[in-house]
Design a protein around this ligand. Structure first.
Ligand SMILES: Cc1ncc(C[n+]2csc(CCOP(=O)(O)OP(=O)(O)O)c2C)c(N)n1
Ligand SMILES: [Mg+2]
Length: 325
């Protein structure tokens, strides 16, 4: 058992397990409802990547900030965004996280420490730069987690942001969610180095590659980076190596990869992995797990039904800003 694991109480480990199940169940519900044609717009799901979302956001302060990607439902749920508001947004309801105007793409809530998700790739880093500069000037010891995918890691805005943050020792933790593909482009065809985390060396701050399907490992490296950032020692780049089970977007025929590859990764399911670990440690039993699964399914179903029954926006709502500040 790693040293940090001892610091996590049994309750916290079970909470992480529950949150991973919550994210998975939420997204499976999204997939099922999108397939019925009731959700407008695009939906990008992170099924298979739950350990990265939970391991990075769990343990943040309420007043810390995240700027997630288009695949960021999990991060938002763990940071405290109510699932009802997320479903309502995806169903175009007035009560949605963006007033029903942005679908999955533009959910945010500043009072929860969640910058609006942004459909423009590479935008999380410039946003984090401004946010963290403000935090540093205010001396609040807050931290900003900026997410980007393996595909986005090659964009200029990411490098400019990292360089600026390094010079000014800004309190940012960069989370590269390397799920091996940028749409249909394999990461190994887009990047000539094995670990994207190695790029941190060029900016003068630490870079760590971690098994993104191991929630405890992800939590440990994130917490170390968060501590470093809070102390005023500047950024860290964490590359979480993981895999998305579903297509790039719902409806993607995924002709660019084999079923065998997907099946191999499903065997490395991050939720199953944590479950086996907790059962091995005597913290979780099959009965407890079944009960948690049932509770989570009920919670997701209730959130969806409430969102479904929420009102549609009125025509005059088009003139009101949707994003909650
Ligand atoms: C500036 C910009 N260029 C292109 C796109 C189109 N696009 C959306 S997602 C995506 C791939 C992103 O891959 P990655 O960064 O690995 O994230 P993942 O989807 O795998 O989570 C692309 C090219 C965009 N949204 N914004
Ligand atoms: Mg990717």
């Amino acid at each position: 058992m790693a040293a940090q694991e001892k610091e996590l109480t049994n309750e916290q480990l079970l909470e992480m397990y529950r949150k991973m199940l919550l994210v998975r169940t939420f997204e499976e519900k999204c997939a099922a409802e999108f397939a019925k044609g009731v959700m407008p717009g695009f939906v990008h799901l992170s099924v298979g990547q739950e350990a990265t979302a939970v391991g990075t956001v769990y343990g943040l302060r309420k007043d810390d900030f995240i700027s997630a990607t288009h695949r960021g439902h999990g991060c938002l749920i763990v940071k405290g965004m109510p699932m009802r508001k997320m479903f309502a947004e995806m169903l175009g309801r007035k009560t949605g996280a963006c007033g029903g105007k942005g679908c999955s793409f533009h959910m945010g809530n500043l009072s929860l420490g969640i910058y609006e998700i942004n459909g423009i790739l590479g935008s999380s880093t410039p946003i984090a730069t401004g946010s963290a500069l403000a935090m540093k000037k205010a001396g609040t010891e807050q931290v900003h987690l900026a997410y980007f995918g393996d595909g986005q890691s090659n964009l200029g805005s990411i490098h400019e942001g990292m360089n600026f943050a390094a010079i000014h020792k800004l309190p940012i933790v960069y989370i590269c969610e390397n799920n091996l593909y940028g749409i249909s482009m394999r990461q190994t065809d887009a990047t000539a180095i094995e670990d994207i985390a190695d790029r941190a060396t060029a900016y003068g701050f630490p870079g760590v590659a971690v098994d993104g399907n191991d929630v405890i490992a992800v939590y440990e490296v994130t917490q170390e980076a968060v501590k470093r950032a809070r102390k005023g020692n500047g950024p860290t780049l964490i590359e979480c190596k993981t895999y998305r089970w579903r297509g790039h977007f719902e409806g993607d025929p995924t002709v660019y990869r084999s079923e065998k590859e997907v099946e191999e990764w499903k065997k490395k399911c991050p939720i199953k992995r944590l479950k086996e670990r907790l059962v091995g440690l005597g913290i979780l039993t099959e009965e407890m797990s079944d009960r948690i699964i049932k509770e989570v399914e009920q919670e997701v179903e209730e959130a969806y039904q409430q969102a479904w029954n929420d009102p549609m926006p009125a025509p005059e709502d088009a003139l009101i800003l949707g994003f909650a500040r």
